[in-house]
Design a protein around this ligand. Structure first.
Ligand SMILES: Nc1ncnc2c1ncn2[C@@H]1O[C@H](COP(=O)(O)OP(=O)(O)O)[C@@H](O)[C@H]1O
Ligand SMILES: [Mg+2]
Length: 184
């Protein structure tokens, strides 16, 4: 089975692509934003910025990784509609998938800053429950984002895990505290 890792900044079109994959290949789509909106339905449009909410997102993502791995092992293709800005995040998930006989595939969606601003503003104007983001945040995130390299896009070798972690699974359980360490 394939574990699709959808990579991109807000407004890049991740959820749109994830929905397309859901239909095209019959994949299970896992979108943490949906869970945050559902669980924290009373949040105002800036609520997502609170440190507490960032920690909640990490915990939701960890459980979605766990569910996604189980689903893939039981024969479903799975789409993680997460963002995955960091190379290490992608390396960890590629490593964990491969260790379980699941094929990881990085789906990178680039977006130009002007187009991104336009899309994020239009989405916010159109939908209740959307997260409010400032232009300054979008600029800062463009700088933080680690563009996937050719090796990642081609499904090449996963780099060594950074110390002090023994495996990428350990790294992932530190990054996503609700994700139990994986065997293998
Ligand atoms: N390829 C595209 N071209 C033009 N608009 C797009 C494209 N992909 C998505 N959009 C629009 O941009 C907005 C953000 O897309 P979305 O999929 O929600 O992005 P993300 O999940 O990466 O934040 C939505 O209004 C969507 O309809
Ligand atoms: Mg989205």
């Amino acid at each position: 089975m394939t574990l699709y890792l959808v990579v991109g900044l807000p407004g890049a079109g991740k959820t749109t692509r994830a929905r397309e994959l859901e239909v095209a290949v019959g994949a299970l789509r896992l979108t943490p934003d949906d869970w945050l909106r559902a669980v924290f339905a009373d949040d105002d449009p800036e609520g997502w910025r609170a440190a507490e909410r960032v920690a909640h997102r990490d915990r939701i993502e960890g459980k979605l990784v766990e569910v996604g791995l189980r689903a893939a092992e039981r024969g479903l293709d799975v789409v993680l509609d997460f963002g995955l800005w960091g190379r290490d995040e992608r390396s960890a998930l590629r490593w964990i998938a491969a260790a379980r006989g699941i094929h990881p595939e990085v789906v990178y969606l680039p977006v130009e800053p002007a187009e991104q601003r336009r899309r994020v503003a239009a989405r916010y104007d159109a939908g209740p429950g959307e997260f409010l983001m400032t232009d300054a945040e979008l600029v800062q995130w463009q700088e933080q984002f680690e563009v996937p390299d050719a090796v990642e896009l081609a499904g090449g070798a996963v780099p060594p895990v950074p110390p002090p972690h023994a495996t990428w699974s350990d790294w992932a359980s530190a990054r996503w505290p609700s994700l139990p360490p994986q065997v293998g």
